[in-house]
Design a binder for this molecule. Sequence first.
Ligand code: OAD
Length: 246
Amino acid sequence: MFSKKLIQRLNHSSSVVVLTGAGISAESGVPTFRGKDGLWENYNVQELATPEAFNENRETFWKFYNWRRKLLNDIKPNLGHYALVDLENFLSDFTLITQNVDNLHQKAGSKNVIELHGNITHTYCIDCNFRTNRDEFEDEVDGIPRCPECNGYMRPDVVLFGETLDPECLTKAQEASATCEVFFSIGTSSLVEPAASLPYVAKGNGAYLVEINTEQTPLSVTADEALLGKSGKILPLLVMILDRFR
Ligand code: OAD
């Protein structure tokens, strides 16, 4: 399944970047965004996960986010997440960039994680920027959490549709991509910018580009290796082989 070139590259590379999308969490039971069984099949995310919904329909907005957060509370990382923890332990310079807000990489034990789209377990106050974990607000009356510091409205610390990414996070992700020797794109449809550009930044700077996905994506033709299959199966296998050849 893996080329000799990839194994040699990984054994000799000093820096590796992994970009993940919703697909890596699919085997944990988290719905993806697109495709059948996608989250968008049941909810109109494009309408709910927006600054407009937060401003105009705060109760429904928070109902949706509370539903997603509670769903995620009981969900556990899968073998794909854990294999990335092993990979981080093998390598001296490893950066994990994720588009997921589900906190599962951290739950698994990954350390150097850039959360491009934020983290659903965190909240911040739109008035005074006070930040805290969402679980602090279980007792609110109308389902809309208020800031314990200034009584302002709290919102989830995630990037909503139409919002730009945190520039510091994005710069870090771009820099890591531009300087890595191997870049993995895992479980993402490679459709949403600016994350979708990162593999091209890496490849343009000489990185070996590997994709792991259950389907072909627009990135597949550019990848040096496009591995078709579930990340929860492919990644543990890769770690096993790397371990054997160390
Ligand atoms: P998508 O739902 O667009 O794509 C998920 C990808 O995972 C698809 O290409 C699937 O083929 C693949 N996939 C599914 N199961 C898999 C498995 N077990 N192993 C490997 N691959 C699998 O999700 P993203 O690309 O993450 O942004 O979506 C990007 C962004 O779109 C999200 O972060 C979200 C949305 O707009 C925000 O909310 C800001």
